[in-house]
Design a protein around this ligand. Sequence first.
Ligand code: SAH
Length: 393
Amino acid sequence: MAVAWATMKPGHERRLRAGHLWIYQGNVDEVDGEAAPGDVVDVRSAAGDFLGRGYYNPRSQIAIRLLAREPEEIDYAFFVERIRRARAWRERWMPEATAFRLVYSEGDLLPGLIVDRYEDVLVAQFLTLGMDVRRDMIVQALREVEAPAAIYERSDVPSRRYEGLEERTGLLWGKLPPQPMVMRENGLSFEIDVTTGQKTGYFLDQKENRRSLAPLVSGARVLDVFCHNGTFALHALRYGAQEVVGVDSSAQAVELARRNAELNGFAEAARFVEANAFDFLRELDRTGERFDAVVLDPPAFAKSKAHFESARRGYKEINLRGIKVVEPGGFLVTCSCSHHMPEDEFYRLILEAAADARRALRLVERRGQAKDHPVLAGVPETAYLKCFVFQVL
Ligand code: SAH
């Protein structure tokens, strides 16, 4: 049962009615009753209509995140049911996968909770107070639905600050296999470290885009820029590339990429370099080295709206340099994982980069994040990954 009512200011329920799950402090007129931070509250419009039920955090700018549109109990059974539904979604779209995002926060109607599955290990992130205070119940529900060998917490996410929470990591349940451990994706093996790797150890959101290399790379020389643990490069080799070069500025990432090349029997054909991608591409341009396909998968340059202009310059620059080193008739796979860089704007800046490089582009595909990162249409923040495949003429 909810312990309190939150009444919204007149007209402020519009976004909720359009499918959003967030209620900002400024949308709330008053909260009746005794609601402690993290408690469940019922939300009603100024006219008194019931709008949903969510958890409350007076310290966060987002005061309430909705968990349900009906007055259902937010209890153990609720979490088991939501996690079961999330599981069923993955089974529908990727029945073969043994590594996938099991719970994607708002996208799975569980705002503030992320759970990744790597073989029989679960890695959880509690992003909000409302989820943090329910940690034990959620761990229990995950055990019931998924029966994993271990559940490890990677709540080392700076945004927890906005919720009044410290970062935390550690084993939540079970026995973690020695790290790094091996996970499988698209028939390849990858060593990952769920305790120290970037994100929860791997970038699961690109799994479908990696497959998009298949028709592009037979016999090709491929350059994987921002390669992390070498995933695009190794997919290219699996799809028949002759030779790949990967570049990343993280020593740990490059080390993992090399080990992954060996693990898959590709050590001969793969070379991984620790370098700044901007400098590396400039050097290739200078020496005239060219590739049949180039993948650009940079980190989020626009972490917030305030960084939009500098991020745009960064994306344009990297795309300009990337386009320059593609052989005529070769392919460019270019990504942006910034929610704050809209798709049409990203497309436009790539065209500008091509014009500066005096090259024409032919669009092959417009792609996004893998289906284990479902986009809840009413919550634009759930859509973040863009990926275009172009031929560079
Ligand atoms: N393509 C990867 C994910 C890339 S994430 C995959 O599919 O798994 C972005 C990567 O860019 C990170 O590994 C980070 O270490 C690296 N990076 C960040 N800034 C960089 C820079 N200036 N030059 C090269 N690599 C950089």
